[in-house]
Each structure stands twice: as C-alpha cells, then as structure tokens.
Design a protein around this ligand. Structure first.
Ligand SMILES: *Cc1c(COP(=O)(O)O)cnc(C)c1O
Length: 368
C-alpha cells in the first residue's frame, strides 16, 4: 500500500532532533509564551521575509484573529464584504463569518484552482474591504494582480497560506504579499507541528500587537484587558518541534517538486488533466509548494476505486464546496459552476517528501 501521506515516516527523519528539542522544553520548566515561541516567531518571519510573526493555536485562529484585529483597529466593521474563492477549505470562510463579515464567493481560475483576479475585481462593491486569496494546494495565487486590485480599490489583503509554506513569485514568499497572512502548522501541512499550531505573518506593528493581545485574553499587559479576547497561543513544545521542521522545509519542498515533475513527465494518459506541464523545472515551480498534487478526470470515482485496488491511496480536496455545506444553508441554491465541476473531477495523488522513486514509478505505471 502506498499511503497518501506517511506522517510517521516524515517525522522519523528528524527523530533525534525532535527528541532533543522536546527534552529541552520538558527540562526548561516553561511551557507557554517562552523562548521557543519567541525564537520560532523570529525564524519564521525571517523565512517568509516579513518583519513579524505571531504564533497562535491553529490556522483557523490565524485568519479569524487577523480579521478580528482589523475590526478592533477600526479598519473593518460588521457587514463589510470579504472577497474569497468559492473553492477553498471551509476554514477560510469560517474566519469571515465568525467575525460577522460577509463572504463574497468568487469563482476560481480553471487552470490554477486559485481565485481569478478578473472575477475578484468584478466582485468589488462599496462594501468590500478585504480580499482573502487562498494559495490552494500549495500554489501561490496571482498575487501581483491581487495586490494591484487591492491598491486601486484600497482593500486589505489577507493571504490564506495554510498550504503554501515557502512558495514564491519573483522571490517573494507566501506570507509576504498581503497586509497579513495566516499559516497552519497542522501535522499534515508542509510545515507540520506534532499537534495543532498556527501563525500570522505581517510587517504591521499595530496589527501584530493587536493580534497578540486578542490571542491572550485581550491583554497587552498582565491583568489589564483591552479587548474581550480569546486564548489562542502557540505553545513551547510545538514551537520547538516547528523550529526543527523549519530547518528542513526547503529540502522537503524540493523533493515534493521532484515528485510532481516525475508525475507530470510520466503520466501521459490523455484522460488525465495534470496541474503542471511536463516541461516544468524546479525553477519554474518556485510558485508551487505541492502541498497536494491534484489531477482531474471525468470518471473520478471509478479511477479512485481502481487506484485503491492497486494499493494507491488517494483523497479528494475537497468533496463538497463551502456553499453546498449544511453550515451555510442560505447559499445551498447558489450556483458556482466552475467550483462545482472542479469538485466533481479532482483527485489528489500521494505526494510527500518521503516518497521514494519506486513508489512514484508504481503510480506512474498505473496510468500507462
Ligand atoms: C488547514 C487549512 C486551514 C486551517 O488550518 P488549521 O490549523 O487546521 O485550523 C485554513 N485554510 C486552509 C486553506 C487550510 O488548508
């Protein structure tokens, strides 16, 4: 069986380093808001190219707290509109509705699965205040175009970078394009902790301070509370794990790109639509961190069954789009034909830094 993602094997590569880091935290006697978090925040900000990084409990909180902070700063108010892709993981939308802001769903670009800048600009109204692009599957959205739209319409940009650690366009990484960016370090993400974790990157001091306070009961100063905050903090143990994993992230991303290129070159079956061209190179794929390798085919369910029978585990990201979820009943009858057709045809093949060439070959041969 080729597993979709072998997390045990991924973390086993760094077992000694992880054990050493965990031991350091255990022996320190200090488990929340200490030196590991501070060091990881500095290291991850430096990695992304931003001035600041704020650790939080998970990726959903990273997005939710950033929007909340903009409300506390007077940049947003209830009922303002946020433009977001219709085909995203539900968390991008939950962060908006949790803040009583209005998600305006926009169809993606068929080729990249990411928000289409033309559709995004067409959705701007006098109530629009934010664009929330999602770097889906690890590929950066068209950020030069999104930032141009944002500056012409005076909008804030919050990147959902949960799937795109280390992807870049023109040398500028995910997390350093928008006014702020939310990251998830859920174990299965490209930079994964050994539990839940998340962070915001930004170069805006006031925003960073506000998020920090909101995630710490609304407190800037011990026992003084400016806001009705929450408890959402990255803990010392996860920060220590992430510092180890961050050192290996670029090597892992390169391996993901190598697997993607091998798929693109090897899978020549005309019924399969690939996410990248077979002439892609490591350099031309800088914009893609390959969190997922997503193919399209008309008979998706049949193909998935055959792959399972051949011992190849695949998943669907995602089977039901947000507007068809029970959680958002009011939108169930809305139509997003591109999003819906994508959801019916997509299938994610195994991709990970620990896949060996033999496994890649088995999968490529399956399609011959
Ligand atoms: C994983 C993910 C999130 C949420 O992150 P959690 O850490 O699981 O809360 C948000 N957006 C996208 C696109 C994701 O893939």
């Amino acid at each position: 069986m080729i597993p979709f993602l072998d997390l045990k094997a991924i973390n086993a590569q760094y077992r000694d380093e992880l054990v050493e880091a965990a031991t350091r935290v255990i022996d320190s006697g200090w488990y929340v808001q200490g030196t590991e978090v501070k060091a990881f925040e500095q290291e991850f900000a430096e990695y992304c190219g931003t001035k600041l990084c704020i650790g939080v409990a998970n990726g959903l909180d990273a997005l939710t707290l950033t929007l909340r902070a903009w409300k506390e700063m007077g940049k947003l108010k209830e009922g303002d509109e946020v433009i977001v892709p219709a085909n995203t993981y539900i968390a991008s939308i939950l962060a908006i509705t949790e803040n009583r802001l209005i998600p305006v769903l926009v169809e993606p670009d068929m080729a990249t699965y990411n928000i289409c800048p033309i559709n995004a600009e067409a959705a701007v109204t006098e109530k629009t205040r934010v664009i929330l692009p999602v770097h889906l599957y690890g590929q950066l959205a068209d950020m030069p175009a999104i930032m141009d739209i944002a500056s012409r319409h005076n909008l804030l940009v919050l990147e959902d970078s949960a799937q795109a650690h280390g992807a870049s366009i023109n040398g500028i990484k995910a997390g350093n394009w928008g006014h702020a960016s939310g990251f998830s370090f859920y174990p299965g993400k490209n930079l994964g902790a050994l539990g839940d974790a998340g962070a915001i990157t930004t170069s805006d001091d006031e925003l960073a301070q506000t998020i920090r306070a909101l995630g710490n009961y609304g407190s800037h100063k011990k026992y003084e509370n400016l806001y009705q905050g929450v408890n959402s903090r990255l803990d010392e143990m996860q920060a220590a794990m992430l510092r180890v994993k961050l050192r290996h992230l670029d090597t892992e991303t390169q391996r993901r790109r190598e697997v993607a290129i091998a798929y693109a070159k090897g899978i020549t079956n005309p019924t399969i639509k690939l996410p990248i061209s077979p002439d892609s190179t490591l350099e031309s794929l800088a914009n893609h961190a390959f969190h997922l390798f997503v193919i399209q085919t008309k008979e998706r369910d049949k193909l998935q069954k055959q792959l399972t029978e051949a011992g190849i585990q695949t998943l669907i990201h995602y089977p039901i789009p947000p507007h068809k979820q029970n959680a958002y009943k009011a939108w169930n009858s809305s139509e997003y034909p591109i999003t819906e057709s994508i959801h019916q045809k997509i299938l994610s093949l195994p991709i990970s830094p620990v896949m060996c060439n033999e496994q890649v070959k088995i999968i490529v041969n399956f399609f011959q």
